[in-house]
Ligand binder design. Structure first.
Ligand SMILES: [Cu+2]
Length: 367
């Protein structure tokens, strides 16, 4: 059975299930330490375009180089590029993440983009090239196929390097010398974590176990089905996209959940790369139907209704000229054509970012 056919068939079975899992919104640590972040600059003419690839398609060496670049980002510890990006999502005074809101996908798009440029900075330092992107973890296709082998998406010779990212000393280096007070942060600060521990991704004899059996996968299917319809609208998918996004967070478990500590986990970035890809697949699908992105953009602008977010600031992201990033500016990517809706070989323009000091930030509640 073709994947999309199977998807629809499965979706019909579970269509009545509407118990969308949610990640608890947390208002976070109250400290006064300022942080630095998040102004983008216009890419230089002729900037290289990188392709985000499936993590499973990377060779051992490519996976290892990706992780080495992550390690490079983490090296400075607190205040370094990885810590700043992680903290923006939720842990610490810089938290600015947007969840349970109609600009969820747009905020995370710029966020991921910023992380990717920092990754490229580190990669260039190590290997003299900026040809690196955030690979994606297509957990949905793997779950549909009940693929229990590919949950080890870092190859066995690379897995120790991946595990090291969660080592206690590394977490403490990133979160600074003071034990966090928030309970989940405290837990991981004290113990570190293994990749996908509760999902048993790291334990070969238990792969048939927990990850794909998490109760939140079936309820996600009905939402995923929305993406293969021909009449898909912005209002039709905007909530679904976030609901879909919640499942791998919950299934992998700590520290992929709860929200404030999720960004410390390397799977977080691979997962959000997949979400951004799904978002892009929707945009490209609509462009193919409408002929131009402006139709979708008008729908987005109108579709947010009285809670219009179209012109709201995607706080804290600023453009090179100091103006604020909004939903309207985030469809900057280019994609190739002739692909299936679930696997567009999406390409991304490379931009560079400068650092700007910011005051305190909070996770914003949905509205
Ligand atoms: Cu997330």
């Amino acid at each position: 059975m073709a994947p999309s056919t199977r998807l629809v068939a499965l979706a019909i079975v579970v269509a009545a299930v509407d118990a969308a899992p949610t990640i608890r919104e947390v208002h976070h640590l109250d400290t006064t330490a300022p942080s630095t972040c998040c102004t983008t600059t216009t890419p230089a003419p002729g900037s290289p375009v990188v392709v985000r690839r499936n993590i499973l398609d990377l060779t051992s060496e490519e996976q290892s180089r990706f992780l080495s670049a992550i390690e490079k980002m983490q090296e400075p510890g607190y205040g370094g590029p990885f810590q700043m990006m992680e903290a923006l999502h939720g842990h610490g005074p810089e938290a600015a993440c947007i969840h349970s809101a109609k600009n969820f996908a747009h905020w995370h798009r710029i966020y991921l983009h910023l992380f990717e440029v920092k990754l490229q900075d580190a990669y260039e330092e190590l290997y003299g090239s900026r040809n690196i992107s955030i690979p994606y973890w297509d957990s949905y296709s793997l779950w549909l196929a009940q693929d229990t082998d590919s949950v080890f998406f870092f190859k066995s010779d690379v897995m120790p390097q991946a595990h090291a990212l969660g080592a206690k000393a590394n977490i403490q280096n990133l979160w600074g010398p003071t034990t966090p007070t928030e309970s989940n942060a405290k837990k991981f600060y004290g113990k570190g974590f293994e990749m996908c521990k509760k999902g048993n991704c790291a334990t070969p004899d238990k792969t048939l176990g927990k990850l794909w059996k998490h109760k939140s996968w079936p309820s996600m299917l009905g939402y995923l089905e929305m993406f293969v319809r021909d009449d898909l609208t912005w209002n039709g998918i905007l909530t679904q996209l976030e609901n879909i996004h919640n499942t791998p967070h919950l299934a992998v478990s700590g520290p992929m959940k709860p929200l404030p500590v999720a960004g410390i986990h390397i799977y977080f970035w691979l997962h959000h790369s997949a979400i951004d890809r799904l978002f892009e697949s929707f945009i490209q699908r609509r462009i193919a139907i409408d002929g131009d992105v402006s139709v979708l953009e008008a729908e987005m602008a109108a579709g947010t209704g009285k809670n219009a977010l179209w012109t709201d600031w995607l706080d804290p992201f600023l453009k090179a000229d100091g103006s604020q990033w909004t939903m309207s500016g985030t469809h900057f990517r280019t994609s190739t054509t002739g692909t299936t809706r679930f696997s567009p070989p999406t390409t991304f323009t490379t931009r560079s970012f400068t650092i700007r000091r910011l005051g305190r930030r909070r996770c914003r509640a949905g509205r």
